[in-house]
Write a protein that binds this ligand. Structure first.
Ligand SMILES: Nc1ncnc2c1ncn2[C@@H]1O[C@H](COP(=O)(O)OP(=O)(O)OP(=O)(O)O)[C@@H](O)[C@H]1O
Ligand SMILES: [Mg+2]
Length: 335
């Protein structure tokens, strides 16, 4: 299958062959773009321009399948776990149909709704259902770009759902962080299933802007400084770290609040590990920074963990694997 993750700054594509347990990487590639992200587009020429970029990379990396799975931008999608009494699958289906409206912030006829049954508990006589609702207009925009590129979208899911498939540990409660260009998206997973999400509208672009303003350098230079020095306290006298820290603190404060909310409202266990992903997860010293500030063991996720990759490709991909988490998860979804 092919997974296409159109982020706000770059497109990531992964094609896998095989099936669960025997996935093999066929091709992968990423390309940055400037201009509006699909969700903000209204004009035909913008859709066409991005579809041409997509078309070009597809050809370049030799993607053969026309059928693709796409990701929906986490900040625009609503995800929530709802508890029902102990119900049969059919009863859950009708309960969602009749009651979804009261749980989601978008009018039901303007939303695309998906759900999955997380668990049924005989002792508490309850059924947990994960409800996902995406505005139709948003989904249509992503579908449009993919179609204009000559591809057929066969399924769409949220970035974090896909990411959980590629990087979440099989067992236990974990915190996944996708640190991108415009948002940090967090998911709490239990036994690799998403049970809680939150989007924080601050990420790579804000980090670069902070470095640019604090050090009085242009955005391009600031981007380089951020990537080279990151949160290192020693390099460049820690100047970049000093610029970045207030923004990272905003992010970690939100994460702490979200974990607290998750534990107290949902009466759930706290996550025991953090797995980071996304371009901004490559920030130097971020792993040790998060470990210290959040007090949880933090590791960089490897989305190719469950995928066979030939040694040469593996070597050339190594510095960039972090950006492919969502695309790999999408490609693992069988059509
Ligand atoms: N080595 C690095 N150190 C720090 N930041 C980095 C590094 N490499 C890339 N980035 C940052 O990662 C961001 C891009 O990440 P990514 O490709 O995950 O974003 P995106 O998916 O397009 O965005 P979003 O998911 O927020 O819409 C940019 O802001 C870039 O500055
Ligand atoms: Mg992204």
């Amino acid at each position: 299958m092919v997974g296409i993750d159109i982020g706000s700054k770059s497109i990531k594509i992964v094609e896998l062959v095989g099936s669960v347990g025997k996935f093999q990487l066929k091709s992968s590639g990423a390309v940055g773009y400037t201009g509006l992200s699909p969700d903000k587009m209204t004009e035909e020429k913008d859709f066409v321009a991005l579809s041409l970029i997509l078309k070009k990379i597809i050809k370049q990396i030799g993607i053969t399948s026309k059928e693709v799975n796409i990701a929906l931008p986490e900040p625009l999608v609503f995800t929530r776990v709802i508890k029902f009494p102990l119900l049969s699958d059919e009863e859950v289906n009708s309960a969602i149909k009749w009651e979804a409206e009261q749980y989601i912030p978008i009018p039901i006829n303007e939303a695309i709704i998906q759900y999955s049954i997380l668990s049924k508990n005989e002792t508490t006589a309850s059924t947990s259902v994960l409800l996902v609702a995406a505005p139709k207009v948003v989904v249509e925009k992503y579908v449009k770009i993919v179609r204009l590129a000559g591809l057929t979208p066969v399924s769409a899911e949220t970035e974090l759902t896909a990411l959980a498939r590629s990087i979440s540990p099989e067992k236990g409660v974990s915190l996944l962080l996708d640190l991108g260009a415009s948002s940090v998206d967090m998911a709490i997973t239990r036994d690799s299933k998403v049970i809680f999400t939150r989007s924080i509208p601050v990420a790579g672009e804000t980090f670069t802007r902070a470095v640019s303003q604090s050090l009085g350098i242009n955005m391009q230079q600031a981007e380089e400084y951020k990537k080279t020095y990151g949160l290192s306290g020693t390099q460049l006298e820690g100047k970049v770290k000093i610029a970045l820290e207030p923004i990272f603190k905003m992010v970690t404060d939100e994460i702490k609040k979200a974990i607290h909310f998750f534990q107290s409202e949902e009466k759930e266990e706290a996550p025991t590990t953090i797995i980071i992903s996304g371009g901004s997860s490559l920030t130097p010293e971020l792993v040790s920074y998060l470990t210290e500030v959040l007090g949880l063991e933090t590791v960089s996720g490897n989305p190719f963990n469950k995928v066979a990759v030939d040694p040469e490709t593996s070597k050339s991909l190594a510095p960039y694997i972090s950006i492919y988490g969502t695309a790999v998860g999408l490609a693992m979804l069988e059509g």
